[in-house]
Design a protein around this ligand. Structure first.
Ligand code: C5P
Length: 315
């Protein structure tokens, strides 16, 4: 009698567990899935990858604005080291001037299940030659180019649209009215340079070979936050190299402002030189100079292998 009721209880208990599991499963199925964007595949989907999590820090400010222009002592120190000598400039005065001229405020902070922003990040590698990637590159919402990489004459391989062009004074180039100028300030003076372009017209360091003027739309100027550049160096490159290349900074930038990222034009020649698709000049080996190109390339490959970006390696 007692044996019989124990068995019955066991069966009842098992049945209860199974019912609970089925219900749980059912509830999970009925719950809206946790979609991070409206694209078929989103960069932040399945965000449990410890490698990615260890590197990606969403609270780091991407752009400089009046509201976040207090530069932390660590970043200030790092930034000073980068430019080789202490800076005497009054940063808060520069920031005040900057944002009396250029748009201020939160930019691209609209990530969510309704947004699908696809981005093509186009580096200047010679591997773009003969790639025929042009139409594919142009099909993205944002086409982000950098430094002097031209489109005219190279459309078949690199496309013709440019929504954003990242540059610093020494790599500046004229851009059309619809393109955003994304300033990558490697030095405090780079902030003064962008002010001088549109306001004072007085380039702060006249003895260098800087273009005294460039054509660009003042209302489309965006300035990367030095905190962001340091974060790329420390969190993504583990401090290898003196500082990250423009291309690698812009790659991480795209991880912060896009939902899907395709990468083109990254990768050195077989002999390790950092060749360009648009010239045949002598190029530096990617591990000499200020950047650790091999580390940047391997990190980019890792992002591709972990399905965070799609990398097009060209030829
Ligand atoms: O040479 P430049 O700095 O203008 O190129 C833009 C970016 O493209 C570089 O900062 C680098 O990240 C990437 N690049 C590359 N391989 C090359 C040339 C450039 O990965 N051969």
């Amino acid at each position: 009698m007692v044996l019989c009721s124990t068995k019955r209880l066991q069966k009842l208990f098992l049945g209860l567990i199974i019912t609970c599991l089925v219900m749980l499963n059912h509830i999970q199925l009925d719950l809206p899935s946790k979609e991070t964007c409206a694209c078929v595949q989103c960069l932040m989907d399945g965000d449990v990858d410890p490698w990615f999590r260890e590197r990606y820090k969403s609270p780091v400010p991407v752009f400089l604005s009046r509201g976040n222009s207090e530069i932390s002592p660590n970043t200030w120190e790092w930034w000073q080291r980068l430019q080789g000598r202490p800076s005497k400039e009054n940063i808060s005065a520069i920031v005040q001037t900057l944002f009396s001229l250029f748009p201020d405020g939160e930019l691209y902070s609209d990530a969510g299940p309704r947004r699908c922003r696809t981005c093509a990040v186009v580096g200047n590698s010679g591997n773009l030659q003969g790639s025929q990637y042009g139409p594919l590159i142009d099909s993205h919402d944002f086409v982000i180019r950098m430094n002097r990489g031209p489109t005219a004459g190279f459309e078949k391989d690199v496309g013709s649209r440019t929504t954003h062009r990242a540059m610093y004074p020494e790599s500046a180039k004229d851009i059309d009215n619809s393109t955003h100028l994304v300033l990558v300030p490697f030095k405090v003076k780079d902030l003064q340079w962008v002010v001088s372009l549109f306001a004072t017209k007085d380039i702060p360091w006249a003895n260098q070979k800087l273009k005294p003027k460039i054509q660009a739309n003042k209302d489309k100027v965006m300035i990367l936050n030095p905190e962001f550049i340091r974060y790329v160096h420390e969190s993504w490159l583990k401090k290898q190299g003196l500082y990250p290349s423009t291309g690698f900074i812009i790659l991480v930038f795209s991880l912060h402002i896009c939902d899907q990222v395709s990468v083109f034009g990254f990768g050195a020649k077989e002999d390790g030189t950092w060749h360009h698709y648009y010239d045949k000049k002598y190029h530096l080996h990617f591990n000499r100079g200020n950047h650790k190109g091999s580390n940047e390339y391997n990190t980019t490959l890792e992002l591709h292998q972990r399905n965070k970006i799609q990398m097009y390696k060209g030829w």
